[in-house]
Ligand binder design. Structure first.
Ligand SMILES: *[C@@H]1O[C@H](CO)[C@@H](O)[C@H](O)[C@H]1NC(C)=O
Ligand SMILES: *[C@@H]1O[C@H](CO)[C@@H](O)[C@H](O)[C@H]1NC(C)=O
Ligand SMILES: *[C@@H]1O[C@H](CO)[C@@H](O)[C@H](O)[C@H]1NC(C)=O
Length: 350
């Protein structure tokens, strides 16, 4: 497999400069993608926890061979589309790799865990907290990567050139089912995410891409309770908007305080709100009901026995919390190609 990729890269290196498709590749080569966060980007880590992940159909129904992987959607996640954009293999879940396999992966690993948040007490009984995810990454640096980068300098260069994708925060807002939306909580959460980004920086990370928090008030789980039904709960969205505004400031502050720190700010919130308005332009005509189950009468939970909508590409949400693959795909397209969802600050990937 590794030889296969090497050969492929060799061939691409020869062919690309001559072909017009070279422009489709990022201007700077990114050697690896490391992913942290929650169910928006988990690709199977929770399958290896006692609580389990969404490892049953119809999750994964549109993923490569139509198999569930633990991704909380019908196909690929935003992290998958990001890897594809970078010309990298999809990141494997850390917990799904044997130590032997971990010693041989130098193109990135996914540590994300559905249910997790920024705070150590958010769903820590059923998911890998962000602290734990960073601990596992630390283990990758100390135990696995040195098997491939024998010189310390080489290893540091690899980490500093790699991309760190962080997508988290929404689960912290819901504590034991209740929404915590005041400003002091937002400031607390911002200081906690800052600490974790600094820890990653301390481990050598320099290139970050951060999602802001999605408009949870528009999730089907919330929109079903509003009147008229399907409207977003703007009280929830307002609190999240406050956090999101400050997040951008926090990232700029980090950049001025930490030498070499670069980032892309990805506006997941703005994207989902925009899709609710103009999704039909992209064929996404159902912008609030989930695809799975394909009814809003009864339990909104997507279960093994649930019948999904026949055409997943017409739905913004796959289940009551998660975007469908088509939404993830449009997100990546608007981020990397149209350049409207994502703004880069010192980190040019497109
Ligand atoms: C897990 O969360 C609970 C509260 O939900 C907290 O009491 C406990 O200290 C947390 N454990 C860790 C390891 O952070
Ligand atoms: C969580 O919510 C349930 C029911 O809503 C309640 O009985 C329980 O005491 C709550 N737990 C905590 C730690 O707040
Ligand atoms: C804000 O929310 C947090 C978490 O829910 C709570 O502990 C705190 O008391 C609240 N503060 C104010 C000023 O309402």
């Amino acid at each position: 497999m590794n030889t296969c990729y090497l050969t492929l890269w060799f061939v691409l290196a020869l062919v690309l400069p001559l072909s017009s498709s070279a422009a489709a590749y990022p201007t700077k080569h990114i050697p690896a993608l490391y992913v942290f966060g929650d169910s928006l980007v988990d690709c199977g880590n929770n399958n290896h926890l006692p609580s389990g992940g969404p490892s049953f159909l119809p999750y994964g129904i549109d993923f490569m061979h139509g198999k569930p992987t633990g991704r909380a959607t019908n196909g690929k996640t935003v992290a998958d589309f990001l890897a594809i954009h970078l010309g990298l293999p999809l990141t494997p879940p850390y917990l799904g790799l044997s130590n032997h396999q971990r010693n041989r992966v130098s193109t990135g690993i996914n540590y994300a865990s559905a249910g997790s948040g920024v705070l150590p007490d958010t769903n820590n009984d059923t998911s890998l907290t962000l602290d734990k995810q960073i601990k596992f990454f630390h283990r990758t640096i100390t135990h696995n990567l040195p098997k491939m980068f024998t010189e310390n300098e080489e290893l540091e260069k690899h980490i500093s050139e790699s991309l760190f994708f962080v997508s988290t925060g929404v689960n912290d807002y819901f504590h034991n089912g209740t929404f915590r939306g005041n400003k002091s909580f937002a400031f607390f959460l911002l200081s906690e995410i800052t600490l974790r980004v600094k820890t990653m920086y301390g481990l050598g990370a320099r290139k970050f891409i951060l999602n802001n928090i999605p408009p949870a008030g528009c999730f089907p789980s919330k929109a079903i309770h509003t009147r008229p039904i399907g409207k977003c709960d703007e009280k929830i969205n307002k609190a999240i908007t406050f956090y999101n505004k400050k997040l951008r400031e926090v990232l700029h502050e980090l950049q001025s305080n930490l030498p070499g720190f670069t980032f892309i700010h990805a506006d997941l919130y703005g994207f989902l709100k925009k899709m609710r308005k103009i999704g039909s332009y992209y064929g996404i005509v159902e912008t609030w009901k989930p695809c799975c189950p394909n009814t809003i009468y009864g339990d909104l939970k997507c279960q093994p026995s649930s019948v999904p909508c026949p055409n997943r590409n017409t739905h913004l949400f796959f289940d009551q919390y998660h975007p469908s693959e088509i939404a993830n795909k449009e997100y990546a397209w608007l981020c990397f190609n149209e350049k409207i969802i994502c703004k880069h600050w010192g980190l040019k990937l497109f």
